[in-house]
Write a protein that binds this ligand. Structure first.
Ligand SMILES: *Cc1c(COP(=O)(O)O)cnc(C)c1O
Length: 387
């Protein structure tokens, strides 16, 4: 059974002709487990699937504790609360990421401090981190981008040397590896999303992973309004209701049974796109570092400067051919909302700025078929050869 996450809205074209940028695959197992949750009445944040999903996913990533939450953005907010990030503290993170990362910092009155991307993997350029460390730095928040791990060892070394926490945002890299170790196993606390376009989905959902029992307990506290054990309605801290439901966890538990297939599908997709597009002029493709296992959460491409149009125009031309795409992230230092807050004034990060203007991602969903992938590749080749 397939559900369409994003219904393409392209004029003059029947829905069947359009290749959606993402389509998840859900099966009978998901239905069975959700049916069980409904039939037994366990529909809120208690019920067997929550603990089972937490244990299965934590074990998959080699972690001791998993704390399920309602989405990946909430996971980041719980993470900054769990490490007790204070107003005025600084957190170093890439400018090229989703706004949820900076949001989880700003929301605590702390200050996001940015670094640029490196041009080949689009991950944070770890060579720029040391210069950004000050006496106020509390944490580094690496974000593995689009399926390829960040150079995490360098980040962990810097964190150790300077006594910083690491919040690892692994929302785009379920199953990816750095030197044979799974992403999500590196942070003091690591976070995931299970949104409908992620490699494992619960519709909406997220999780925090950690090996530290005390930190796990703080995560559980902060996803649950900071209710206390003994005197439940007496609060020492403010927390949110970020709980995951048993209905969502039922879907997640079923998805976990097929995670290896999901990752194999993504890697097949990445490798086949690369084979098709390798010799196409004017486009830079994802690479895989020797130390990395890339899971191609999405297949991003970046237009070379020699191409006389930008990603917006490229997306328009692809849409004409029935290929739906998504633009790359818009960098944090160029966000109007942060500029208005007085953040990042006059800061420039040229690699991220270029990625934002020249990059987009092609249809990459779990339901993508071989013939769809081939059609997308042909469209890309035709448009760029004509340019
Ligand atoms: C998807 C994503 C998130 C946010 O997850 P939601 O579940 O959509 O809130 C956070 N960080 C990264 C890197 C993501 O890709």
């Amino acid at each position: 059974m397939r559900l369409t996450a994003w219904v393409p809205k392209l004029e003059g074209m029947g829905k069947r002709d359009v290749i959606p940028v993402n389509e998840p695959v859900l099966g009978e197992k998901e239905l069975d487990y959700v049916r069980e949750a409904v039939e037994t009445g366990w529909i809120s944040s208690e019920g067997r699937f929550i603990g089972e999903f937490e244990r299965a996913f934590a074990a998959y990533c080699g972690r001791r504790h998993g704390v399920a939450v309602c989405n990946g953005s909430a996971a980041l907010e719980v993470a900054t609360a769990a490490i007790n990030l204070q107003p005025g503290d600084e957190v170093i993170l890439p400018t090229f990421t989703i706004i949820a990362c900076a949001m989880a910092v700003v929301e605590r009155g702390a200050i996001p401090v940015l670094v640029d991307s490196e041009p080949e993997t689009w991950n944070m350029d770890v060579r720029q981190i040391a210069d950004r460390i000050t006496p106020r730095t509390r944490a580094i928040m690496p974000v593995h981008i689009y399926g390829h791990p960040a150079d995490i060892e360098v980040i962990l070394d810097l964190a150790r040397t300077h006594g910083l926490s690491v919040i690892e945002d692994a929302a785009e890299v379920h199953g990816a590896e750095y030197k044979g170790r799974r992403c999500g196993s590196f942070g003091d606390v690591s976070t995931f999303s299970f949104y409908a376009n992620k490699i494992i989905t619960t519709g909406e959902g997220g999780m925090l992973l950690t090996d530290d029992e005390a930190l796990a307990e703080r995560c559980r506290l902060h996803r649950n309004l900071c209710f206390q054990g003994e005197r439940r309605f007496v609060h020492q801290e403010l927390g949110r209701n970020f709980r995951m439901t048993n209905l969502q966890a039922a879907v997640g538990a079923a998805q976990m049974e097929r995670i290896d297939q999901a990752i194999a599908k993504k890697r097949w997709m990445g490798q086949r796109y690369t084979e098709h597009l390798r010799d196409t002029p004017g486009v830079h493709l994802p690479i895989e570092r020797p130390w990395a296992k890339h899971v191609y959460w999405v297949y991003g491409v970046v237009l070379d400067d020699s191409v006389p149009f930008d990603a917006t125009e490229f997306a328009r031309r692809l849409a004409e051919r029935g290929v739906q795409t998504r633009p790359f992230f818009w960098p944090m230092h160029e966000q109007p909302v942060f500029r208005q807050m007085g953040l990042f004034r006059a800061e420039r990060y040229p690699v991220a700025e270029r990625l934002a203007r020249r990059g987009l991602y092609l249809p990459s969903g779990m339901a993508l078929t071989e013939s769809q992938l081939d059609r997308v590749s042909t469209a890309v080749r035709d448009i760029l050869s004509a340019a």
